[in-house]
Design a protein around this ligand. Structure first.
Ligand code: ADP
Ligand code: MG
Length: 699
């Protein structure tokens, strides 16, 4: 059970016992939404959980729980209740077996015809009661809400069949329904487990140093700032920073990349990742529910309960579907005078497959993506991603490694390199831009001791301005110089342009408004970036563009190298405008960036994709899709998977609709028997689930 509060709106997530079909989830949802003060509720059949948003001033948790238990569902809260669940699940299985056994005997005695005349029917009635009791109970409880559900249809069918003396048929229909539900539960349970295994990776205990001794304590007892000892072949129990030793860490559980990363003193290390070799001591920074792993786990669960637009439409549709079916069945009965036809319609028309089609696909696809280090924040984003036609990519940190280095320093007025670097690094000290880091790192290399600026101003996408000891320094692009009214001598401009043609970014430095030098910085294009772009193009994306704040020359060089078109010299707000322009052309637009510098553009796009999100909380929280690893290769994988998911959803819906319609039509003609109808109906639900399961496979 988890709870989170934001202004005027609270959220609660509850694990619910044994929601036995997609339609039940809808039932709970409606029941909860009827409660005044509840803003919205999302219940997932696949995950057996409910997320409820409510106004804490108007309604309490207890009332919400009551609304869930009212239609006959239980909330899993304590261990005792979970054990009881175990019996409940077994109980339904036992009832299924008993109902099946009595039904089997009933048919056998009927065929051999030796037994007393009433025995087959008596056995069928016993089977009917054993199997039908939970269904009828659920139907009555739903009726009290008041509402109708699939159980209502099946109950009416069974009761009317029994009323006309077709006991064996009625019992068989009920048995087939129960058996189908049981099989569905098994397959869906498998998905649930596949996802759970992903997120149950944190170890149970940790070795910590306390009063000079190494002691093993349960993971809940580790406190932030404590020193945790990690040995080779162990999973990391907390998030922290290495304070001594080094290790080769396999981060595949978080990022999906299986090549171990070498970590040394000062590096961040994450809970749930695996130490392949080496040992180290770490200072815990986040423990238990605050770790990255726990955060990701929460996000995945939330993502999977969140309904996609298609699912919403289907759910609404099925609300009107059920009363319509009752009317059609009644009409058929009145016109033909054959009650069996009416009953068959009730059975075959249940919209089960239709309701299951989307959520099973969404959960499978999101689960698969998560295993590969791709965090999709909800079904809506998955579907949108499947429709993406335009892909916009940032340059720095996306197409390049984003680890630029100073490669050359050009000085103009008798100053030496060290002095120029000193002033530039002072100005950049408070900036978090990758270019700023390149400059401060270079200054470190020179062994310079850089003071903090007394005044500092950051111009996004242009440069920085700072003051120290009454000297003013500006570092930035030619654009920055123009907007600051600093004249760049012609020969300096030409020199800088010739370097830019080689793909170097040039930053001008002024001291007291006089150009004093240029620092040339180079960032390497990611290895394999070209292949990735080619693969993306092969997926059939209409437009792939690089958006950058860098100069035309640099953009041109990289654009040509990768074979993509570009727009250069864009300020952050201009990137946002470009994104919006693409959207206005009516295409679904995805923007890829590092999630920090480009946050506004990511937010403006239909889908914002952040790279390398494992290291930054902002990126994981704000992006619609977060690639945990800093790997461009995940983008074609993401595109393929989401398109496949969209396809599977479409297949499921078309199949379910067509199959249902054909069966209903055949039933109105009296060409389908009650039992065959029940079998076909359950088979269609299973087929839909199996089709969705395909999305669990790696693409
Ligand atoms: P990109 O689109 O490549 O991510 P940005 O929009 O972050 O680039 O920056 C665009 C340009 O602005 C850079 O190429 C650089 O010339 C200048 N710039 C941005 N921030 C800084 C800074 N902190 N120091 C110096 N120049 C900067
Ligand atoms: Mg950037």
């Amino acid at each position: 059970m988890e709870e989170k509060k934001f202004e005027g709106k609270s959220k609660i997530t509850l694990a619910i016992d044994h929601i036995h079909c997609g339609d039940c989830a809808l039932n709970i949802e409606r029941s909860v939404e009827h409660v005044p003060g509840v803003l919205s509720a999302e219940v997932s059949y696949v995950l057996s959980s409910a997320t409820v948003y409510y106004d804490p001033h108007r309604v309490g948790e207890e009332q919400i729980k009551k609304a869930i238990t009212k239609p006959g569902y239980a909330i899993k809260e304590t261990l005792a209740e979970r054990t009881r669940t175990f019996w409940k699940e077994r109980r339904s299985f036992i009832f299924l077996c008993l109902s099946g056994a009595t039904l089997g005997l009933s048919w056998i005695f009927g065929w051999i015809g030796l037994a007393p005349r009433h025995l087959p029917n008596t056995l069928a009635v016993v089977s009917l009661i054993l199997g039908g009791y939970p269904i009828v109970k659920s139907a009555i409880k739903t009726l009290l809400i008041p509402d109708l559900n699939v159980d209502t249809l099946v109950s009416i069918a069974a009761v009317s069949a029994a009323a006309v003396g077709a006991y064996q048929e009625a019992a068989t229909v009920i048995f087939v329904m129960l058996l189908g539900e049981f099989l569905e539960g098994l397959t869906v349970g498998k998905t649930r487990k596949a996802i759970a295994s992903l997120i149950q990776l944190s170890p149970k205990t940790a070795w910590v140093r306390r009063e000079g001794n190494e002691v093993q304590v349960p993971i809940e007892d580790v406190k932030p700032r404590e020193v945790v000892i990690v040995k080779p072949g162990e999973r990391i129990p907390v998030d922290g920073k290495i304070i001594s030793g080094c290790a080769s860490i396999n981060q595949s559980t978080l990022t999906g990349e299986s090549i171990p990363v070498e970590k040394e003193v000062g590096d961040k290390i994450y809970c749930g990742t695996f130490n392949e070799s080496g040992s180290c001591e770490i200072e815990a920074t986040q423990v238990a529910e605050d770790t990255k792993l726990a955060q990701i786990k929460r996000l995945i669960l939330e993502a999977q309960t969140q309904k996609s637009p298609t699912q919403r439409v289907m759910d609404r549709f099925s609300r009107y579907f059920i009363p319509a079916i009752i009317l059609i069945a009644l009409a058929t009965f009145l016109v033909t005078g054959e009650i069996v036809r009416g009953i068959t319609i009730l059975i075959v028309a249940c919209p089960c497959a239709l309701v299951l089609g989307t959520p099973t696909a969404v959960v499978a696809a999101i689960g698969n993506a998560a295993r590969q280090g791709i965090l999709i924040k909800g079904g809506a984003y998955l579907e949108q991603m499947g429709r993406v036609k335009t892909l916009l990519m940032d340059k720095t940190g996306t197409l390049t490694y984003g680890r630029p280095r100073v490669v050359e320093i050009k000085i103009f007025n008798g100053m030496d390199e060290k002095e120029l670097l000193y002033w530039a690094a002072m100005a950049e000290k408070r900036s978090e831009h990758p270019l700023a880091r390149a400059i401060t790192e270079k200054a470190d290399e020179f062994g310079l001791n850089i003071p903090h600026p007394q005044a500092f101003e950051n111009f996004r996408g242009k440069g920085v301005k700072a003051q120290q000891n009454s000297r003013s320094v500006i570092v930035g692009s030619s654009e920055m110089m123009r907007s600051e009214g600093v004249e760049i001598p012609e020969w300096a401009r030409r020199f800088s342009e010739s370097k830019q043609l080689e793909g170097m970014t040039s930053l001008f430095i002024t001291l007291d408004r006089q150009i004093s030098g240029i620092i040339f910085i180079s960032d390497t294009v990611r290895e394999g970036a070209k292949e990735v772009i080619d693969r993306i193009r092969k997926e059939g994306l209409a437009e792939i563009w690089m958006l950058t704040g860098d100069s035309d020359q640099v953009a041109n060089r990289i654009g040509r190298e990768l074979g993509i078109r570009y727009e250069a010299k864009l300020l952050p707000e201009e990137k946002v405008m470009r994104v919006k322009e693409w959207k206005r052309k009516g295409q679904v637009v995805a923007m890829v960036g590092d999630g920090i510098n480009d946050a506004p553009a990511l937010a403006a796009a239909d889908i914002g994709i952040a790279m390398g999100a494992v290291g930054t909380d902002v990126a994981t929280e704000t992006a619609d899709i977060a690639l945990m690893a800093d790997e461009l290769e995940k983008i074609p994988t993401l595109i393929r998977l989401s398109r496949k998911a969209l396809q599977v959803i479409k297949q499921n819906l078309i199949f379910a609709l067509a199959f249902n319609t054909v069966l209903v039509l055949l039933s109105t003609q009296g060409w389908v028997t009650m039992i065959l109808g029940a079998i076909m109906h359950q088979a269609s639900s299973l087929l839909v689930i199996f089709n969705s399961m395909r999305l669990l496979r790696r693409t």
